[in-house]
Design a protein around this ligand. Sequence first.
Ligand SMILES: Cc1ncc(COP(=O)(O)O)c(C=O)c1O
Length: 350
Amino acid sequence: MPPDHPTPHLLLDLAVVARRYAELSALFGEVRYAVKACPEPAVLRMLVESGCGFDVASSAEVELCLAVGADPATISHGNPVRGPGEAVWAAERGVRRFVTDSAEDRALLALLPMDVEVLVRVLVADAGSATPFLGKFGAAPAEAARLARGAAGIALHVGSQQVRPEAFAAGVRVALEVAERAGIADPIIDVGGGLPVAYRSPVPSLSEFAEAVHEAAGGARIVVEPGRALVAEAGTLRTRVLRVSRRPGIDHRRWVYLDCGRYQGLAETEGEAIAYPVRVPGRSGPCGPVVLAGPTCDGDDVLYRRTPVVLPLDLVAGDVVDLLHAGAYTASYSSVGFNGFGPLVVHVVE
Ligand SMILES: Cc1ncc(COP(=O)(O)O)c(C=O)c1O
């Protein structure tokens, strides 16, 4: 890790992304990277060279992929909430797969060229996910089957950081039933993202998830759209301690305020949903419990109150603190300058 970049920053190791892509494509087959997890051009470029496709959420993400040389035919427009004209715009640029979940959008997609593939997103159970969609996307199975007449397949998402292989298997079974009811002979089943990362606790292996998916799919054509599982482990978010406060009468723990918080990329600490492993590279003495907080004046900008964090007793302002497995959903979530703290800077190690 280069010591001289100002903090905070995210250091991304491309070799880790390449290794994860190789594992995922060997296990699942067709992989389309969910660009939102980390839209860093160097990551996208390396994935294009490796033969990976892309799942995008907006026209801007289509442009990012095309700018690094992606074949538009490998791009899925996976966000069922598209602005007026966005599907036409993307189709004109060669995007050939769109996911939908409403009659309104399905009617617009029907106007696109004949070779455009439509996948209908079905709502599936997401218990076991650390960051579930809570019903925001997906049609109920009966409605999905109506929308899917003449479609190429069914899409689903079991919620991000989903730790239950059975959730994927159950989702695939629902998708196959919907495809059958819609009369799709050889459906594409897009199982979305959701594959988990072992942040602080072990999770089932990628092979266990792949086995669950393939067993449920019974030979149907599978596509997977990992975001987190492809890039999280490639990222280390390096921060620095701004203040260590003892707070007699308020908390028996020290409060450690970092120069990076909820608004500089650590958005997934909301509700303490994602618990990054925390390391202090420069100190090795005895540790004690702390509350970890960000630098802004916002009361929500506290990373971990309930999640146990223990840091060295001799920690002082200026010490470096690393958050590990932070490559996904960090830089892309960073605010433009809340309280004057700029967006999270990304450095790439080739
Ligand atoms: C349509 C779609 N596909 C894939 C993903 C990636 O999910 P994950 O990062 O959990 O793999 C998302 C995440 O929100 C998504 O909305």
